[in-house]
Design a protein around this ligand. Sequence first.
Ligand SMILES: [Zn+2]
Length: 77
Amino acid sequence: MECDECRERLYPYLDRELSPREVEEVRVHLDDCGGCESSFVFEELFLERVRSSATSDVAPRAVRERLILRIRRDLHG
Ligand SMILES: [Zn+2]
């Protein structure tokens, strides 16, 4: 799988909309590709935190931005 294809599957992967075969292909790619892996990890953390901190499905923009900054700090020290 190429990086472009992998990144196209990021949201469907996190939303668990991929077939088991596609999930496997994404995992194989993430194992060898640090760039895609960090995008996936970042988005996953972001979605988790939005879900756990927001009162509605869509967090206000300011909350999302604050979360993004906090996650970046956590990931990069
Ligand atoms: Zn990649």
